[in-house]
Design a protein around this ligand. Structure first.
Ligand SMILES: [Zn+2]
Length: 141
């Protein structure tokens, strides 16, 4: 990997990290201030519950993303950045630019997506972990 490319990747990762942090901060503040109004009827209460559930899910995803970003930064430091974790081939630079924290080359990612669909029933744990890896990539592509 060229030094200039790694520096660019690091900058992109740090910018994304900052953005997720800001998002988490906002969610935290909203959560604190968003107390239920006394004048609400049951319908409003129900949708308030839903909103809270959704924001919990979002925070989990943000945490996952943050973790993926931290991982990628560590891989830059250790010199393993840009190497596919499954086939150990170099990941295409265009893919790394679009998804700076990806751990898989495009063909392994495709394999995983197929596998995640197959394992959606059956092997829950593995299927879930892999499916969430796939979702994370898809969202940011
Ligand atoms: Zn691969």
């Amino acid at each position: 990997m060229r030094k200039a490319f790694l520096k660019k990747a690091r900058d992109a990762l740090l910018a994304q990290k900052k953005q997720v942090h800001r998002q988490l901060d906002e969610e935290f503040r909203e959560g604190k201030e968003g107390n239920i109004d006394e004048g609400m009827d049951t319908y409003d209460l129900a949708s308030e519950e839903r909103t809270r559930e959704i924001s919990l899910i979002l925070s989990d995803r943000d945490r996952d993303k943050l973790h993926a970003i931290e991982d990628a930064l560590e891989r830059i430091d250790s010199g393993s950045y840009g190497i596919c974790e499954m086939c150990e081939e170099e990941i295409a630079p265009e893919r790394l630019e679009a998804l700076p924290f990806t751990r898989l080359c495009v063909s392994c990612q495709g394999e995983l997506e197929k596998e995640a669909k197959m394992h959606r029933r059956g092997d829950e744990d593995r299927g879930h972990r892999r499916a969430s890896l796939v979702d994370l990539d898809d969202e940011n592509f």
